[in-house]
Structures are given as C-alpha cells and as structure tokens.
Design a protein around this ligand. Structure first.
Ligand code: ADP
Length: 453
C-alpha cells in the first residue's frame, strides 16, 4: 500500500537505535538530521498517501448538481426513508432567504422561505460506513458572466468508499426531483447564464387558463404531436424545433398559458424579455445555445426586435437591445440547441415581420385576444359553478356584458368597439369571490377606462 514509505522510515529509525554504534555517541549529531529527514519523509509520504488513498469530487456553483448536493447535505436527520443511513455532523449552517410577494395583499407582508445549507468551511458527514469530508469554499475570483465569486463544494472520502459518491449523487438528485414535483421552474437570463427566477412555482393547471374556444386545445395538440415526432426530424436531418407566436393585448393569458403548458408537459420555462435593457444579439445567441434541458423557450416582447429594425432603417439608430437579424440568427443558428420549443409573444402584431414565419422559427401563429363570451362563461363556471348550479347567474352576467357592449357588440347586435380582458374579469371575480351578485352589479367596472370618460 502507499502508506508503506512512512512505515519504512520509522522502522529504519528503530534499527538505528538498536545499532550499538549509537551507544558510543557516534552519529548522535547526525540523528537530528536524520529525524528531520524522517519527518519530511512522513509529510511527503502522507501527501502521497492522501493522493492515492483519497478521492475528491468537486462541484462548482455553475453545475446543476450544486444546489442538489447542498440540499442533500442540509437534510434533517430523519430516522426513516432513504436518508436513514446518513448521520450529518454539520453544525455550521448558512441561510438563504427568498421572499415571495406573490399572493401578498396590498402592502401586506411577503412570504419568506428559508433554506438552511452547510456554511463555508469543512464538515464531516457519515454516509453508511463512509466518512465524507465536505469543504465548501468561496474563491476570490469572480465568475466573468455573473460577477459572483466562484464557489465550490468538495467531497472527499477514502478510495475504498468511492462508490458512496454515486449513491450520494443519486440520492441528492432524487431529493431535488421530489422537491420539484408538481412545480414549474422558471429560468431567466442573468448575465450569460440561466438562473431560476425565485422558487419553483406550483404547477398551474391547464384548465385554469381559459382561452377562446379550441385555441388551447389546438396548441396543446400541436406541441404534443411535435414531441412525439423526434425520430421523424432526426431521420430527415431537420433541426428538431418548433415555434409559436402568441399575440394579442396584455392580460389575455399568454404567459399564464405557457406556464401551465410547461407544467402539463413537465417542462420548465426559460424566459427572455427582448426589450430588456442590456439584452444584445450576442447574448441572445449564446443563451439559446445553453437552454436548460426540457424547457420551453419564452421570448417575450418579440416586437422589440422589429422596432429596433424600423428605427435603424429610419435614423440608423440601433438601440442596446436585440436587432431583428440578431433574433433570426439566434433562432436559426447552427449552434442553437438542436431541440427546441419556442414561444414568442407580442402585444403588437402590426409590427411583426413576415420573415419570422418560417418552419422552425414560427410554425403556428395564434391570437390570444380580448375576452369572448365563451371565455366569460367558462370563467364564471370556474368561480361560481358550485353556487350557480342552474346557471341563472351566468346568464345574467353575460347579458350584462352584452348590454355594456363588451364583446364587440351590444345586446341588440349593433357594433361596439368595446372589449374587456380576461385578466379584468378574473380581477372582478376575485374581488367578489363569495358574491356572484356583486360581480354582476360591478360589471360596468370592466369597461376600459378610455371609454368611460
Ligand atoms: P399576458 O401574458 O397575456 O399579458 P397574463 O398571463 O400575464 O397575460 O395574465 C395576467 C393575469 O390575468 C394572470 O393572473 C392570469 O391568471 C389572469 N388571466 C389573464 N387571462 C387569463 C385567461 N385567459 N385565463 C385565466 N386567467 C387569465
């Protein structure tokens, strides 16, 4: 074994002491030197032994496994389940707090989540019969992309116990998968990296997003069909990509639908806002090469790229954001991931450039518009279905919206140019959660402000 040089030096020393020549004092002077030499030998040997006997695994913060391992290390010591074999000895914990203002009332407190994880420094963990040394370090150098300091977690154990690592990674992954069960992760671009935006969100049921008749079904069917056809694309050497353009006024459920669809498919969402400051062609192209696995790409405000082009044509100005050719290059790029489902959204279809409509860029274009009668009825059922079993309330509500001309025409069939949004109807229902008559009485609040004056 590699420890033998250490033992060899010590045995050598014993032999010297037994040597009668030493009794006479001869060589005493050299004993000090020999001891020093032996000590150095021990250190060198220990280093060699460490290199040969121990195994290290280093996980950097950029690696997807980093948060899994930290979560695994900070698991409480349950005496049941698959972590029964593990006894943690971590006493130095650090806390990461994320706050969430969703669901908080006006001025109300945000909810906070605390995630305890091993602090920086060294810890010892026992896994089965293996002792694992854990070293969490923050380096002084910074990540060029995010400006954050480099961070690593290093696990060390005996060579003989190296298989514990596989088991640990499997457990950590299983734990992470379990924590994300029923959740949708939304990634956003931070610098040149995709980072989760807040905590994973509870999956939104597809049924809770109410689009006009047949719209949702047609997109869902198309996406599912695409996902089942991978081999078809591979056989023909065609990039396995599909794009959808959803357009229409704000508050019509575009983002909600994409999030619900991702949840339904067990995908995450990778979101970029093209009108965001600092989003450039290069950055966009790079991010698209690094899309998180199993994610729907959501490019919001796609019209930002068209505006840019128009402005450039007019006055040669090219803003800091993405240009139209930059968007096309990023969508088409050879480097762009082979596998991709992209959703582009815009509130301004009039600014759309026809060059976008090409297989792999945008294969399907759908208007997600103002609330229709069909949507108003469906939303009513979701909110008041249980109390309004005979449907009288629904009839009165819809009749009122027609009287107000909110579906583009009045009750008598005369045209109106008024509409309302599904977001506004949802707001009205939320305000009158337990009071359907209240919702009917307050329906004139749905008239867009511009028509009220
Ligand atoms: P958009 O992306 O079209 O601007 P959002 O999806 O962000 O709209 O919707 C804003 C809010 O209104 C969300 O809280 C969403 O739940 C609600 N909402 C809007 N449209 C719908 C719809 N069609 N079905 C269900 N909820 C909707």
């Amino acid at each position: 074994m590699s420890a033998s040089p250490t033992q060899g030096s010590l045995f050598g020393l014993d032999a010297l002491f037994d040597n009668p020549l030493f009794a006479g004092g001869i060589g005493l002077a050299s004993l000090g030197a020999a001891a020093a030499f032996a000590r150095k030998g021990v250190i060198v040997a220990l280093g060699a032994a460490r290199r040969r006997l121990l195994v290290n695994v280093e996980i950097s913060k950029q690696d997807p496994a980093y948060p899994w391992i930290l979560a695994w290390l900070s698991q409480p010591r349950h005496a049941h389940g698959f972590i029964a074999s593990r006894v943690t000895r971590i006493h130095d914990l650090s806390v990461t707090t994320t706050t969430d203002s969703r669901g908080a009332g006006l001025g109300g407190p945000a909810t906070a989540h605390f995630f305890l994880q091993p602090g920086y420094g060294r810890h010892i963990v026992k896994f089965g019969s293996a002792y694992i040394a854990v070293n969490r370090e923050k380096h002084s150098t910074a990540n060029m992309n995010t400006g954050e300091p480099h961070e690593i977690v290093q696990l060390t154990t005996l060579w003989a116990h190296r298989h514990a690592f596989e088991a640990i990674f499997a457990e950590a992954h299983q734990l992470a998968a379990k924590a994300h069960e029923g959740k949708t992760i939304v990634y956003s671009a931070r610098g040149l990296e995709w980072t989760p935006l807040g905590d994973p969100r509870k999956k939104r049921p597809l049924g809770s997003v109410i689009l006009d008749e047949g719209v949702k079904e047609s997109i869902v069917a198309d996406v599912k069909d695409f996902l089942s056809k991978q081999q078809w694309y591979v056989d023909r050497g065609i990039p396995y990509r599909r794009g959808y353009l959803l357009f229409g006024p704000p508050g019509s459920g575009k983002s909600s639908f994409i999030q619900a669809l991702a949840g339904d498919l067990d995908f995450s969402v990778a979101m970029i806002n093209l009108s965001e400051m600092g989003m450039t062609d290069d950055k966009l192209a790079y991010l698209l090469t690094k899309l998180p696995k199993r994610s729907l790409l959501l490019l919001e405000d796609a019209d930002a790229a068209f505006v840019n082009r128009r402005q450039r044509d007019v006055d040669g100005y090219s803003g800091a954001s993405v240009t139209f050719s930059g968007l096309l290059n990023a969508l088409d790029g050879v480097a762009a991931g082979e596998e991709r489902i992209a959703f582009l959204t815009t509130n301004h279809i009039d600014r759309l450039d026809p060059a976008l409509i090409r297989p792999g860029r945008v294969d399907m274009m759908l208007r997600i518009g103002e609330a229709s009668r069909f949507q108003a009825e469906q939303m009513w059922d979701r909110f008041y279905g249980e109390v309004d079993q005979d449907g009288h309330g629904k009839k009165r509500f819809v009749a009122r919206l027609e009287t107000l001309g909110l579906f583009g025409k009045y009750g008598d069939g005369a045209l109106s140019n008024r509409h309302t949004s599904t977001a506004a109807i949802q707001g009205l229902f939320l305000f009158n959660k337990d009071d359907m008559q209240g919702a009917i009485d307050m329906a004139d609040g749905l008239i867009p402000r511009s028509f009220k004056a």
